[in-house]
Design a binder for this molecule. Structure first.
Ligand SMILES: [Zn+2]
Length: 57
């Protein structure tokens, strides 16, 4: 089973979807996207929000 994160769950209006085989893969993709698209560094608080928004795909 793979994992996915809809960025729009955290950043309304964003249609990016991060996918990966593991939560770590999704977190990595999401961190790169957050930096490029939103200018965000992944703080522990943001990482926790991202983790809670990751769903099974
Ligand atoms: Zn986004």
């Amino acid at each position: 089973m793979s994992k996915m994160l809809k960025c729009g769950d955290l950043m309304p209006g964003c249609d990016f979807v991060a996918k990966g085989e593991t939560e770590a893969d999704v977190l990595k993709a999401a961190a790169e996207h957050a930096k490029k698209a939103h200018g965000l560094d992944v703080t522990p608080e943001l990482a926790a929000k991202v983790k809670s928004a990751i769903k099974n795909a």
